[in-house]
Design a binder for this molecule. Structure first.
Ligand code: ADP
Length: 499
């Protein structure tokens, strides 16, 4: 039997475990969702014990259904939803409260107060403004609202971690309390200039350093599984990573100027900027400053995101009832020659990156001739315009030339979207053969770290293009469409403040 690596993607809605052989062939693929809790409007919670149980079940299923043997498992890599909190009792090994998920909005007021107080003072260190996604305010909230957890922390019984930390701690039988810096970046707790925690931020949110995992850069640790926990086997857990930078590795974006975008529920774009990070990027760029996962030379990355991307298509289907599935939305979009002047700003919960929490979803430019096909087209085009805004900021501040975008995620199946994306960016969009880029990326990192693959260049060479979309619009048409989008965004902005 051939040797293999398992990449685990502990995502927001489910856990995926994929076994890859040396040629990056998928040998087996297991997936299961887990429970989402919505205790109050705007709140989203997970049960970390369930996440661990489902992870174990998916590893087992992946090995069994692929007729694989644990003896051939060379290493494990774990990538995960970022910013979600886990607090657990180190004596019982059980979580002590529900995890607050990155999507949870309960810290909205605290986040606004932080931004008003500090503005861009810490942006060059923390790498982002305060967002409801940010972990620091979430931990503060738990300590302020759960006396038992606070007492447990003070008594020294409780540890904190992100999902990677939690899974590694459990799998190692409590021996390792670690994280990868790609998970710390963007939490409002890390300092990208020293690749460690930011003391001022820990003080701001009252978080004791003793409960926090040791942050490593990618490839900085390899931890053995405890055979009593891990099906009787000792296997190195040789990498962990935040999901978006892992998928950038799966897309082989390991050189400066290479950029990927994932079109899922939200949209996440990551640009590798090389070994230097431009210190003059303004906070208004809306970009996250973070590390890229590179074993060898430390690279940095810029990230742009939009909370609503493919979920706008889900809304068209479920909320507005204008189509029965995403495929039909694509067909309808293709059935009209252009957007008919219609723009759809899917600011369901404000504009991306917390830039305007008072904005709301807006469809504008409707005439008597507008049809549901135009609405579908406008929603899909919006997925591309949002990426174009991140792209513009990256081109302005990344210090590198952006020559193509590699696309993945559920929306990347949509040829119309990929073509329009290329058109509006003016650079080609490339879709890879393997679209499970997140699991693949972290499998590559674990494999390189244990010597299964030689180095990052070797794995990058395995990337294959399934389809390349060349830009077709003139500069003038591109500018006109983009100006229309920006005007539409202006109309969506500040909506809730207007009355
Ligand atoms: P996530 O990992 O965020 O759950 P996925 O990568 O599984 O997301 O993609 C699911 C999202 O992609 C959904 O929001 C869905 O509406 C969107 N999607 C799926 N197919 C298409 C398509 N053909 N065109 C546009 N969006 C699509």
């Amino acid at each position: 039997m051939s040797k293999y690596i398992i990449g685990i993607d502990a995502g927001t809605t489910g856990i995926r475990a994929i076994a890859f052989d040396h040629d990056s062939n998928i040998l087996s693929n297991a997936y299961s969702e887990f429970t989402q809790y919505f205790p109050e409007p705007g709140w989203v919670e997970h049960d970390a014990d369930e996440i661990f149980d489902v992870t174990m079940a998916m590893i087992k299923q992946c090995v069994e259904e692929g007729n694989l043997s644990f003896d051939d498992l060379v290493a494990i890599g774990i990538t995960n939803q970022r910013e979600t909190t886990v607090l657990w009792d180190k004596n019982t090994g059980k979580s002590v409260c529900r995890s607050i998920v990155w999507q949870d909005m309960r810290t909205a007021d605290r986040v606004s107060a932080y931004n008003e107080k500090y503005g861009d003072k810490y942006y060059g260190k923390t790498g982002s403004s305060a967002l409801t996604n940010s972990t620091g305010p979430k931990i503060e909230w738990i300590m302020a609202n759960n006396a038992e957890v606070k007492a447990g922390i003070e008594a020294g019984n409780i540890l904190y971690g992100w999902i990677d930390t939690w899974l590694i701690w459990k799998l190692s039988g409590g021996k390792a309390h670690v994280t990868d810096f790609t998970n710390l970046a963007g939490t409002l707790m890390g300092d990208i200039t020293i690749l460690d925690y930011c003391d001022d931020m820990l003080k701001e949110f009252g978080i004791p350093r003793e409960i926090l995992p040791t942050p490593y850069v990618t490839g900085g640790f390899s931890v053995d599984t405890d055979p009593e926990v891990f099906f009787g086997h000792v296997v190195p857990i040789a990498a962990s990573s935040g999901d978006q930078t892992a998928s950038a590795v799966g897309q082989a974006c390991i050189k400066p100027g290479m950029v990927k975008n994932t079109y899922g529920t939200g949209s996440f774009m990551v640009l590798n900027v090389g070994t230097e990070l431009n210190a003059d990027i303004p906070i208004e760029s809306g970009l996250f400053l973070e590390t890229a996962n590179d074993i060898g030379e430390q690279h940095y990355a810029l990230e742009g995101f939009a909370n609503v991307s493919g979920s706008a298509i889900q809304w068209l289907r479920d909320g507005a009832g204008v189509c029965t599935n995403a495929k039909e939305a694509e067909e309808l979009a293709n059935s009209v020659e252009d957007n008919g002047g219609v723009y759809f700003v899917p600011a369901f919960a404000g504009l991306p990156n917390g830039s305007d929490p008072y904005a709301r979803g807006t469809i504008i430019g409707i005439t008597r001739g507008t049809t549901k096909a135009h609405l579908c087209r406008a929603a899909i085009e919006a997925m591309a315009y949002q990426v174009a805004e991140s792209f513009e900021a990256m081109a302005a501040y990344g210090g590198v030339e952006l020559t193509a975008v590699r696309a993945d995620g559920g929306g990347a199946k949509n040829d119309f979207l990929c073509q329009f994306q290329a058109d509006i960016l003016g650079v080609p969009v490339e879709r890879p053969v393997i679209t499970e880029t997140t699991c693949l990326g972290v499998a590559y990192l674990a494999g390189v770290n244990v010597g299964f693959w030689k180095d990052m260049d070797e794995v990058a060479e395995k990337w294959q293009c399934e389809k390349r979309f060349e830009p077709r619009l003139s500069e003038e048409e591109r500018k006109k469409l983009m100006a229309g989008w920006k005007n539409a965004v202006k109309h969506a902005s500040g909506w809730l403040k207007g009355f």
